[in-house]
Ligand binder design. Structure first.
Ligand code: TLP
Length: 349
């Protein structure tokens, strides 16, 4: 009997549901570059209101919303403060240098979380020797931090420093919805300290495509210009926006299921000899576990043969992301399959 594949590589693998496909099929569309697409406009208005900001701009990807935000807030030669494992720095193809010509100044967080003091420690004096520090970027939840939530109190303290020093504050909120659901904070309260926020519809929410940048009307006008310049102006994009709007209106609350599944998974993996994971570190839908002495790529390959897909994220670290496509019953099958692999004598690293 062939085993059902349990795909935990990412929450980006989710497929549109039948109801979402119906919403997409019925969406009115127009040429969005000419400002004519009613469904894109409905999505942008809805998201801006939800986050308590003036405007939003729909874009093809989270990478683009982040990189457009950097370009909106900086000029070439400026400096951006980022956490050392931030997606913007780590996984976006060198975008800050290539697209905005900025310097990245890194702070080392704990599982991606840092403090106002960390920001103060890297601020430059106003002196022509130094680049101009213009922007601080946070990530909530933090991907390489294992889905860690950025506490609102830290964010508010960092925002205060930014206000004092005339720095802008951007959030990579690819998994912002997960942070809101896990903390019970409203999107508007959690978004309040930021100048711009990038939110994603095609991760936990399960839409096929798209992210939005959200902020002031003036910043979003500038963002539209850079979206076009970066090649992200889309024509009848309402077909995609309809999936995003449907996802936001129907799949938001169920993110709590993904968080519960991640906790179940972490607790069961913690029981398996040869695996290290602390369930208390799992706050949302990402479980990072260690396989000390075993090569993570080899473990991932063997798990694949057992019908469990995870991603290597370090020499001995793997990532499992719970998502819309994976049921609780499937999550409960994972430990047995993992045990089958770890008991089989994988090549040591
Ligand atoms: N993350 C992907 C990979 O790129 C690693 C994943 O599978 O987790 N910010 C954060 C925090 C992200 O996790 C991602 C995607 C993005 C931005 C970029 O989003 P897309 O893929 O839409 O460009």
């Amino acid at each position: 009997m062939t085993q059902m594949i349990i795909d935990l590589r990412s929450d980006t693998i989710t497929q549109p549901t039948l109801e979402m496909r119906q919403a997409i099929a019925q969406a009115p569309v127009g040429d969005d570059v000419l400002g004519d697409d009613p469904t894109v406009q409905a999505l942008e208005t809805y998201v801006a209101q939800l986050l308590g900001k003036e405007a939003a701009v729909y874009m093809p990807s989270g990478t683009m919303t982040n990189q457009v935000a950097l370009r909106v807030h900086t000029e070439p030669g400026d400096e951006v403060i980022l956490e050392a494992e931030a997606h913007i720095y780590y996984y976006e193809g060198g975008g800050p240098a290539a697209l905005s010509g900025v310097m990245c100044r890194l702070v080392t967080g704990q599982q991606g979380i840092f403090s106002a003091q960390d920001v103060i420690s890297v601020l430059r004096p106003a002196d022509p020797h130094f680049p101009r520090t213009r922007l601080v970027c946070l990530e909530n939840t933090h991907n390489r931090g294992g889905g860690r939530i950025f506490p609102l109190s830290n964010i508010q303290a960092i925002a205060e420093i930014c206000r004092d020093r005339h720095l802008k504050l951007h959030l990579d909120g690819a998994r912002f919805w997960n942070a809101c659901v896990a903390t019970g904070l409203s999107p508007a309260d959690y978004a309040a300290p930021f100048d711009t926020i990038s939110v994603c519809f095609s991760k936990g929410l399960g839409a096929p495509v798209g992210s939005a940048l959200v902020g002031s009307a003036a910043d979003m006008q500038r963002a539209r210009r850079f979206r076009k310049l970066f090649g992200g102006g889309m024509r009848q994009a309402g077909l995609l926006a309809a999936g995003a709007l449907y996802a936001l209106q129907h799949h938001y609350d169920r993110l709590a299921d993904d968080h519960a599944h991640a906790q179940i998974l972490a607790q069961s993996l913690a029981e398996i000899p040869g695996i290290q994971v602390n369930p208390a570190d799992v706050q949302t839908n990402i479980v990072v576990f260690q396989t000390p002495g075993r090569d993570a790529v080899a473990v991932a390959d063997q798990l694949d043969q057992q019908g469990v897909r995870v991603l290597p994220v370090g020499p001995h670290a793997l990532r499992a992301v719970t998502n819309l496509m994976v049921s609780r019953a499937q999550i409960q099958q994972v430990p047995e399959r993992v045990q089958a692999v770890l008991g089989s004598g994988i090549a040591l690293a």
